[in-house]
Design a protein around this ligand. Sequence first.
Ligand SMILES: [Ca+2]
Length: 323
Amino acid sequence: MGVVTSRETGVEGRPPAVIVAGVDHLPPGADRVHQTEDGASARVVGGSTDRRARRALVLVAIGVVLVGLLAAAVWVRAGRETGPAAQGGLRPVVERRLPHDPEAFTQGLEVVDGEVIESTGLYGESSVRRWDLDTGRTVDQVDVPQEFFAEGVTALPDGRLVQLTWKEGTAFVRNPDTLAEVGRFDYEGEGWGICMDEPNDRLVMSDGSATLTFRDTDTFAVEGSVDVIDDGGAPVSELNELECVDGRVWANVWQTDTIVVIDPVDGSLDATVDASGLLTEDQRAEADVLNGIAALPDGSFLLTGKLWPAAFVVNFEPIEGDR
Ligand SMILES: [Ca+2]
């Protein structure tokens, strides 16, 4: 950096910008140019100025550390809150791990009479299957015609199963023992997730938007809907696989490790679940997204995802230090 001349004093010296970086390297008492607050330069002499400069350096260093700590705190919090904002944060505690078919593109998960009913998607690969909750072994499987992309599944009050399709506007009604088709419902729009809201005697259905639709359990007719919003008033879209539990709706948020707990009365969130970390890094590399939540009679939940090699029986606990 070359010698500059102060625009006010006309004194030759170092460029004003070197005051912090270079001042301590001058011999004590040496003349220097100091940049004042208004950007002008003034000639000052060392001694007490050196001490002030050192003090300023210490203050700058402390400031840099504090700003760094603040940035780190904001970054950590932002990383934890990649999903929608809600007051309660939960995380799963794994109680048991069991095998899951890594070829199963999970779109619906429900536990009925101690067995798992799973719907899998993709054209030409869709199915409905029943598997053993102890071993993970598939007991029954019925394939869906290849022109249908199967989606969520749940059990109607009379025990029959209802299985959605993505864009085909068809819901298959199935015998719960044989999984065979015994009827169909037609509907408009896309089908993603579905669950049976027993206290309110209605089906709850998602379509990938932030809106949940309520349907009659006999006719599948629309009875109403609610828009889901987070604590900041933002819509929570991409609602996918659902689970109705005690009047609340638990929903996987597509392409995230987040599950939201929805109050269907007003669409507000009771909590968000951070379900990241269930799979190992190697497993994640082969698997698709988290999708699949089913309540168990003892209050625990079964979680899995598309092409996941494992399913997990979990309980949820509050995230310490969360809001
Ligand atoms: Ca479910």
